[in-house]
Design a protein around this ligand. Structure first.
Ligand code: PEP
Ligand code: MN
Length: 263
């Protein structure tokens, strides 16, 4: 179902009125984790003013250590919903457990499946029953074929609204958090008709790598960017080192728009 051979045109996915794919860039911005209402509101207002069209924020967090901040859970989701009303940006947030399928289907505009759940096949099958589009992140060591097959699980179960998101893969290099695989953009666009977006924040793990990699991604044909933005990165509860300040995000989008207008 994802195969370009049977669907030559680019798929355009509608996220509560925001189109993604074709000539439409998804500009997703927001904190790694929802920490408080004021935090998300401040970041969302700034990001929207800069040109972001979707708001991200983790309520349920897949943390490597059980002793790290695990997210605010349902309270975090309620904060995102409140900020959506106040600022007018559709929300993107990660679903980790099938326990919350119904509430996410009701409340979340774009349901994110994180790298660690890319091959949670039971969860993928259940996403096929939902009406909401799915943002499917690449597994930490997934091949293109494995990633496409995970999209296929969702599509074959009845939900063809899938957006692919590269977030860096694990290599022998340890200086960067992961290694951004820019080649995935032309490869996946050749093999599938689905939109492909890039998350340079989790790829590099350092805020100053976000701008060059985001620019390269759009130049290479990415259908959007997911960027972590925090109003106070030094005191962020999660991923502060890779988060842009709102002023830097504003600078980034100015450059992205120039690149997008020529590619
Ligand atoms: C995230 O985007 O918040 C996240 C946890 O990313 P990943 O699943 O790519 O690690
Ligand atoms: Mn993060």
């Amino acid at each position: 179902l994802a195969n370009r051979a049977f669907h030559p045109e680019d798929s355009i996915i509608d996220v509560s009125g925001v189109k993604v794919g074709g000539d439409h860039l998804a500009l997703i911005a927001g904190p790694c984790s929802v920490e408080s209402h004021d935090q998300v509101l401040e970041i969302a207002k700034a990001a929207k003013a800069s040109g972001a069209n979707l708001l991200r924020g983790g309520a349920f967090k897949p943390r490597t250590s059980p002793y790290s901040f695990q997210g605010l859970g349902m309270e975090g989701l309620d904060i995102l919903c409140a900020v959506r009303e106040e600022v007018g940006l559709p929300i993107v947030t990660e679903l980790m457990s099938p326990d919350y399928l119904d509430v996410f289907n009701e409340k979340v505009d774009l349901i994110q499946i994180g790298a660690r759940n890319m091959q949670n096949f039971d969860l993928l099958k259940q996403l096929g029953q939902l009406d909401r589009p799915i943002l499917l992140k690449r597994g930490l060591n997934a091949t293109y074929e494995e990633w496409i097959m995970s999209a296929e699980y969702i599509m074959a179960s009845g939900n063809e609204n899938v957006i692919l998101c590269e977030r860096g893969i694990r290599t022998f290099e340890t200086y960067t958090r992961n290694t951004l695989d820019l080649q995935c953009i032309p490869v996946l666009k050749k093999k599938t008709h689905l939109p492909v977006i890039i998350d340079p924040s989790h790829a590099g793990g350092k805020w100053w790598l976000v701008e060059p990699m985001a620019k390269a991604s759009v130049a290479a044909g990415a259908d959007g960017l997911m960027v972590e933005v925090h109003n106070d990165p030094e005191s962020a509860l999660c991923d502060g080192a890779q988060s842009l300040k709102p002023s830097n995000y504003d600078q980034l989008l100015k450059q992205i728009k120039q690149i997008a207008s020529v590619v």
